[in-house]
Design a protein around this ligand. Structure first.
Ligand code: SAH
Ligand code: SF4
Length: 339
């Protein structure tokens, strides 16, 4: 049985041609999949019943299963999605009351090889890359379940998107063209894979690149992120300068605030210096607790002091709102297991 979700318009057209149906049917099916996000062919009510029956002999809408759905008291939803090979990922939908904004946080890999010490996904190890269809399937799952259209996407779920760049770029293109989600409403977050950042510099991507920096110097960053030994912070800076020069785009710097580790006044000043000639906004992320780590969240007072120093250096700084912590859906808490 073939799956309809994830096919492009030209692929639907090809299928219709094979079935002796008109091209217009392809548009209708495309609309049912990406705009109305139906779960079954039976719901495609503007197709004749006999035609739907014929379609059903060869196709189904999806081959994924929602193994679990959790709702946070703040409205955040978390889905555990299982693929036919039994691998699972988690996907999160965040809603912000004051904005007409539905943000999907999607995974790009099952597990992650980067193994940052503060992240639950990293602790699982790497299982495999997701295909572009498995990436977009996550957004379709949300749309099917809620009946709403996702407006923004962040590649901040499980996995390192730049280590699965081909599938991520293909998914980006489909989000753009088939879901009609503007590239500017999509953010890709990376732990700093320099060769892939260089590759992205050559593309005219309108999406935002977010860099998980998390420390202002080599020593501290290496303690958090083993990848620092491969792609050190000074080389990363060169790659970011190059990226900004080539693309003209402003990047986002993500910085987790961990109590008494990287949240001191000295760290803030060192970070401000590191970022001083980079065209960037800064997103401070209060650390979310993950079992088996020694870290704790910074105090609100320390967060505000840290923010003030960076703002004083002329940067726009936001503190990321914690979402879905009661269902382990906050940054770094995604594990994708069924236990
Ligand atoms: N692998 C990519 C994208 C997924 S992680 C990356 O690392 O950038 C998305 C964001 O959540 C990253 O900035 C990541 O560093 C952060 N994060 C991971 N664990 C966290 C934790 N325990 N508390 C707060 N943020 C965390
Ligand atoms: Fe991987 Fe990102 Fe988690 Fe690091 S923070 S282990 S790169 S998912």
């Amino acid at each position: 049985m073939e799956v309809l979700s994830g096919l492009r318009l030209y692929e639907f057209e090809k299928i219709m041609e094979d079935m002796g149906a008109t091209k217009f049917r392809a548009r209708q099916i495309h609309n049912w999949i990406y705009s109305k996000s139906v779960s079954s062919i039976d719901e495609m009510t503007d197709l004749a019943k006999s035609f739907r029956e014929e379609l059903k002999t060869r196709f189904k809408v999806t081959d994924t299963v929602v193994k679990r759905k959790q709702a946070s008291s703040d409205g955040t939803l978390k889905y555990l999605i299982e693929f036919p090979d039994g691998e699972c990922v988690e996907t999160v939908l965040m809603r912000f009351d004051n904005r007409a904004n539905l943000t999907a946080c999607v995974s790009s890999q099952v597990g992650c090889a980067v193994n940052c010490s503060f992240c639950a996904t990293g602790k699982q190890g790497f299982r495999r890359n997701l295909t572009y269809r498995e990436i977009i399937e996550q957004v379709l799952t949300i749309q099917r379940d809620t009946g709403l259209k996702v407006t923004n996407i962040v590649f901040m779920g499980q996995g390192e998107p730049l280590l699965n760049l081909d599938n991520v770029l293909k998914a980006l293109c489909i989000f753009n063209e088939d879901f009609q989600i503007g590239a500017r409403r999509i953010t890709i977050s990376t732990s700093g894979i320099i060769p892939k950042i260089n590759e992205l510099s050559e593309k005219e991507l309108q999406s935002t690149l977010a860099i998980s920096l998390h420390a202002p110097n080599h020593k501290l960053r290496a303690e958090l992120m083993p990848i620092e030994n491969r792609y050190p912070i000074d080389k990363l800076k060169e790659a970011l300068v190059n990226y900004i020069n080539k693309t003209g785009r402003r990047i986002t710097i993500e910085y987790i605030l961990i109590h008494n580790f990287n949240d001191t006044t000295e760290c803030a000043k060192e970070l401000a210096y590191y970022l001083k000639d980079l065209k960037c906004n800064i997103n401070l992320i209060p650390y979310n607790s993950v079992s088996d780590t020694k870290y704790t969240k910074s105090s609100n007072n320390d967060i505000m002091k840290f923010k003030y120093i960076l703002e004083h250096s002329g940067k726009k700084v936001t503190v990321r709102l914690e979402r879905g912590a009661d269902i382990d859906a906050a940054c770094g808490q995604l594990k994708g297991n069924t236990q």
